[in-house]
Write a protein that binds this ligand. Structure first.
Ligand SMILES: Nc1nc2c(ncn2[C@@H]2O[C@H](COP(=O)(O)OP(=O)(O)OP(=O)(O)O)[C@@H](O)[C@H]2O)c(=O)[nH]1
Ligand SMILES: [Zn+2]
Length: 355
């Protein structure tokens, strides 16, 4: 049973100390505020964090859908306590839009990230670049899924255009309505592997899961006629077992992915620009007005799209400033810790004197 969820020899080895403590392994299927739904060898359980883990989670973050955890289960109950989270193999992470510090793990231990966007009004090359940078950074394999091809006049030529900015990752064209391209999607999900669907609300993520399942298990809803935007139908992240083996995680629509420590991901997506820059006359070329700048030559010739170049600069700046703010935050936390230590030290000296 638990093998279906991807339990492996590597995990068994990592779990040994927890097994010795009398705990059983499980995988978080639905992440919720209070009690998570966890798949175990004995079936699904509702599990809460232990007091210690809850305390640690304030710094280290909460367990996420896809995480493997160590549980204690009381005999005869379907409730359990989570004592530890196993190290993650991969994780799709985003920075909450309003904060430098708050990282959100959307999916843990995933093998494939399907970056889903529909071929109608939702299609936005700049958003795709951003999602792809985060997807590469996750450690999983990114795959672009262009949905609702039935609403597009020339889906194949649009897909070819998208492929030029997708940095070598596969681009699939699907229509759930016309049952087109779903086999291609399934080919990317091997037995025991975990995939996650990432994309805006209304692009058809839940519809794809239903098509792969062959039943209407996920709720779906019409997009708004006025602006083709979704209605945020899916409210939680849920890991679903697929009939042919493998799992897929449906997620609520996200419009924005704040990048965090995604330098490698960014380099992969903009690999064409990084290669161009190698041909600049000066090694430290700032690509502004330097002579012999290969980036500017490409922009003049039209071989590099101006929008893509501007977006690369924007994302690079975003990463640099989030790194700077993070180091300032770390600095501030350390300063407060030292101040607290000194205060404790002063009080204990006073205590000593009063003895
Ligand atoms: N024409 C067309 N419509 C589709 C297709 N796939 C999905 N839709 C429609 O798009 C709408 C939104 O689909 P959902 O599957 O709910 O979208 P979602 O991405 O899960 O949305 P959230 O749960 O809000 O994130 C529904 O009305 C679907 O019927 C398709 O291939 N073609
Ligand atoms: Zn240059």
């Amino acid at each position: 049973m638990i093998e279906q969820y991807g339990w492996s020899d590597t995990l068994r080895l990592a779990f040994e100390p927890h097994a010795r403590a009398g705990h059983v392994p499980g995988r978080i299927v639905v992440q919720q505020r209070e009690a998570h739904l966890v798949a175990t060898a004995g079936g699904n359980l509702s599990a809460r964090l232990s007091g210690r883990l809850r305390h640690e989670a304030r710094e280290a973050g909460h367990p996420a859908a896809g995480d493997w955890v160590a549980l204690s289960v009381k005999a005869g109950e379907d409730k359990a306590t989570i004592h530890a989270v196993l190290p993650r193999r991969t994780a799709f992470v985003r920075r909450a839009a309003d904060s430098v510090q708050t990282l959100q793990v959307i999916a843990a231990n995933i093998d494939v990230v399907f970056v889903v966007t529909s071929m109608n009004a939702d299609l936005n090359p700049r958003r795709l670049e951003r999602f792809l940078a985060a997807a590469w950074q996750s450690g999983a394999r990114p795959v672009v899924v262009l949905t609702k091809s039935d609403l597009c006049e020339q889906p194949e030529s649009l897909a070819a255009e998208i492929a030029t900015l997708a940095a070598g990752c596969p681009v699939l064209v699907v229509s759930a309505r016309q049952d087109h391209g779903l086999g291609g999607l399934r080919d990317h999900i091997a037995p025991g592997e975990t995939c996650v669907l990432i994309g805006s609300s209304g692009v058809g993520k839940s519809t794809l899961v239903n098509a792969l399942l062959g039943e209407e298990r996920m709720a779906t809803q019409d997009i708004r006629a006025a602006d083709a935007k979704g209605r945020h139908t899916t409210s939680h992240r849920q890991l679903v077992l697929l009939p042919g083996g493998g799992m897929i995680l449906d997620t609520p629509g996200i419009r924005e992915v704040g990048l965090v420590e995604a330098d490698e991901g960014l380099s992969t997506v903009f690999d064409d620009i990084e290669n161009l820059a190698l041909n600049c006359r000066f090694r430290n070329c700032g690509h502004s007005s330097e002579p012999g700048c290969a980036v500017h030559a490409a922009l003049d010739e039209g071989t590099l799209d101006a929008g893509r170049w501007a977006h690369f600069q924007k994302l690079s700046q975003e990463l640099a400033s989030s790194a700077l703010m993070k180091s300032q935050v770390v600095h501030e936390v350390e300063r407060r810790r030292l101040a607290l230590l000194q205060k404790t030290y002063r009080t204990s000296k006073r205590d000593l004197r009063s003895l």
